[in-house]
Design a protein. Structure first.
Length: 433
């Protein structure tokens, strides 16, 4: 009798779950089909039960689309499981046979003050040679599908072994309303074409014009007050060497490149925990962090200098697939092709990994979701590039059940705002399920 009652209860539970899922599917279909975006853009969705992986809803979830910054979900999971959350990046100063050796690792958090700190207690007059070990990862900062104008934005400065100050430099824009002049001052020698004018607001645009001057950054628009703006350096290596010389003013020797001997004595170091980097990377969608960490994971996996070729090879081996296109780690390239099925699988794989989940933005609280979905319990990752918007992650419903979701919207024109509004509608409907 007890067994019969238990069987009846389980049957009723499964029946109700199926009915509720049908209601959810019907409601989501209505939300998407009545949205103007569905008339011209691709809307791909996958929703899974976090515990059973049972699909609750799927719409064109197998279509290969550009993941934008949701690519970071896959690459950060790879980094965590390849080198571990407690892996330490170390920028170190050594001494061997009367020479100084500066070993770089590409730490994306390294700042000029960190660099200066390495030399703070060193009597530089004792040395006539500084050898920079730049062998950890390569300095190639172009990925397949990136364009010449990608490196103007502060969201995507060039990156590599010489990362310093996020490869950004501050410029001060000074307005003089009496003379109608706008002046730009920088503490780093960079060629700037100043085309700013006095106006009613601060609205500027950075441009590259290789057909005019490939070495210059063109700054256009209008300004109404004095302010500071950070812009990308065009050559990270030159920027690093410039700041390095400032960091050791009493050094009069020569600088070379080479490997630090394994027997060298450690003098000073700056350490950064990988988990701290990944939290900054995913919450604020930092492209420089993502690209650097992808190569570092490849370095540790294969024991050779980290580069994009080996990083892509690691990706295919790690996930056991080769039917996607992996052009970079950050999702900036339009050559990347993944689907919502895969992204949901990655999230399911990492569902119980506390470290991984701590890297995701919390709706209404931090990162790229700070101003979205404030009333919903959600950890997620956004993605936006031209014509592409997406959102994926974990959402806990009003009933306390947790679901995994992936949404990709592609091939729309102009602003991403309507796409993000549709994403929010889908999540709000799921939250009521």
């Amino acid at each position: 009798m007890k067994f019969k009652t238990l069987f009846s209860f389980c049957f009723l539970f499964l029946f109700c779950a199926k009915v509720f899922a049908q209601d959810l599917s019907s409601n989501l279909d209505k939300i998407i089909n009545t949205d103007l975006l569905s008339k011209s853009a691709v809307v791909s969705v996958k929703i899974l039960d976090k515990n059973t992986k049972q699909p609750l809803y799927q719409r064109d979830s197998a279509l290969l689309l550009h993941p934008a910054s949701m690519m970071k979900v896959a690459t950060s999971a790879l980094v965590l499981e390849t080198i571990g959350a407690n892996y330490i990046l170390e920028t170190a100063l050594y001494e061997a046979q009367g020479r100084l050796y500066l070993r770089l690792c590409g730490d994306p958090t390294l700042k000029t003050q960190d660099l200066a700190g390495l030399f703070k207690n060193i009597d530089l007059s004792k040395y006539d040679t500084l050898v920079i070990d730049n062998t950890f990862i390569d300095n190639e900062f172009y990925a397949t599908g990136w364009m010449w104008d990608n490196f103007v934005s502060g969201d995507n400065p060039p990156y590599g072994i010489f990362n310093l100050d996020r490869n950004l430099i501050p410029i001060k824009i000074i307005t003089d309303k009496k003379t109608g002049m706008v002046q730009i001052i920088s503490n780093y020698p960079i060629e700037i074409a100043n085309e700013l004018q006095i106006g009613s607001e601060n609205r500027i645009k950075l441009e590259q014009r290789p057909w005019q001057n490939p070495n210059a950054v063109y700054i256009t628009g209008e300004v109404c007050s004095t302010f500071v703006k950070k812009i990308p350096v065009q050559n990270p290596e030159k920027h690093f060497l410039y700041r390095l010389n400032q960091s050791m003013p009493n050094f009069s020797g020569k600088i070379f490149y080479g490997e630090a001997p394994k027997t060298a004595n450690l003098l000073a170091c700056k350490q950064t925990k990988v988990l701290d980097i990944l939290r900054e990377q995913n919450k604020n969608s930092d492209n420089l962090f993502a690209e650097t960490m992808f190569k570092i994971a490849a370095r540790e996996a294969f024991g050779t200098q980290g580069n994009m070729e080996n990083a892509r090879k690691l990706f295919e081996q790690f996930y056991g697939l080769n039917n996607f296109v992996i052009a970079d780690a950050s999702g900036l390239s339009h050559n990347n092709l993944l689907n919502c099925d895969f992204l949901s699988d990655v999230l399911f794989r990492m569902k119980d990994n506390i470290d991984f989940r701590s890297t995701l933005s919390v709706a209404g609280k931090d990162g790229t979701l700070k101003k979205r979905l404030k009333e919903i319990t959600l950890q997620g990752k956004t993605g936006t590039i031209s014509g592409v918007s997406g959102l994926c992650g974990y959402v806990k419903t009003k009933q306390g059940h947790e679901y995994i979701f992936s949404i990709l919207i592609q091939n729309y024109k102009d602003s991403a705002k309507p796409a993000k509004q549709l994403e929010d509608k889908i999540i709000k409907e799921l939250n009521n399920f």
